[in-house]
Design a protein around this ligand. Structure first.
Ligand SMILES: Nc1ncnc2c1ncn2[C@@H]1O[C@H](COP(=O)(O)OP(=O)(O)O)[C@@H](O)[C@H]1O
Ligand SMILES: [Mg+2]
Length: 234
């Protein structure tokens, strides 16, 4: 469902051109759990913005469900982001003096879903993300880091996207809380069949996926299955 063909991205800052992605080609099938791993500055976020249809390559082709994203107009791109893709960022940007439930209902408001259904679907997404119902009516600034990240995951799930893109989702969390969040992604993949692309600079985080695509200086240097999937098949 996700395919890049010779994707390159060059940033032009005044007279200086910087190539953040260099001839990146891969395919990710529906239902895969893939980590994109590389050091800081290797082009991971640039790649995620392209995969999320938030940005376009300078050259090469990005196909989402066999459609060349560069041929879509702004309305079609907005529809894709609204219906197909859920984003989880490192800085979660929840509305502070707003309840957990309302934060998760918000994307559905933009999507034109009526109130009672917004509330039901937000509660369902929060449950899927593993947040205890006792927190649903708390204000988001009253939550712990791990709880906030669960709300951010719920917000990414509420539109029922087939593809979840998470950019360093455990970057601001302690190890134990990070493990809980990663277990949530594993469950969403294994039990709910969501395709997950997890971006990280940490090997221990990447090992939670079934496959790791390694990037360095904007290039793919390795693409392999993890031990997790090998041991699952034994
Ligand atoms: N908008 C931009 N303009 C110019 N350079 C950028 C821009 N965004 C990212 N870069 C540069 O591209 C490189 C890759 O950045 P990024 O994709 O954010 O890497 P990562 O997420 O792996 O840390 C970095 O050197 C960064 O400074
Ligand atoms: Mg980044």
């Amino acid at each position: 469902m996700v395919e890049t063909r010779h994707v390159s991205k060059t940033y032009q800052t005044g007279p200086v051109a910087f190539q953040a992605l260099d001839d990146v080609s891969f395919k990710i099938q529906d239902g895969e759990f893939v980590a994109i791993m590389g050091p800081s500055g290797s082009g991971k976020s640039t790649l995620m913005h392209i995969l999320g249809a938030l940005d376009t390559p300078t050259s090469g082709t990005y196909l989402l469900d066999d459609k060349d994203v560069s041929t879509l107009n702004d309305d079609e791109l907005a529809d894709i982001r609204k219906d197909k893709i859920g984003f989880v960022f490192q800085s979660f940007n929840l509305l502070p003096r707003t309840t957990v439930l309302k934060n998760v209902m918000l994307p559905l408001l933009y999507a034109g879903v009526e109130r009672s259904e917004r509330e039901a679907r937000a509660a369902e997404a929060l449950t899927a993300a593993g947040l205890d119902p006792e927190h649903f009516h708390h204000l988001s600034n009253q939550l712990s880091g791990g709880q906030i990240q669960r709300v951010a995951i719920a917000r990414a799930l509420v539109n029922n996207p087939t593809l979840i893109l998470a950019d360093e989702p455990t970057g601001n969390l302690d190890t134990k809380t990070g493990e809980v969040v990663l277990a949530t992604f594993e469950r969403l993949n294994k039990d709910h069949g969501r395709t997950i692309i997890l971006i990280t600079h940490e090997a221990e985080v990447a090992e939670h996926a079934d496959r790791i695509i390694f990037v360095r200086d904007g290039k793919i240097v390795e693409d392999r299955k993890t031990h997790r999937i090998e041991s699952n098949h034994e």
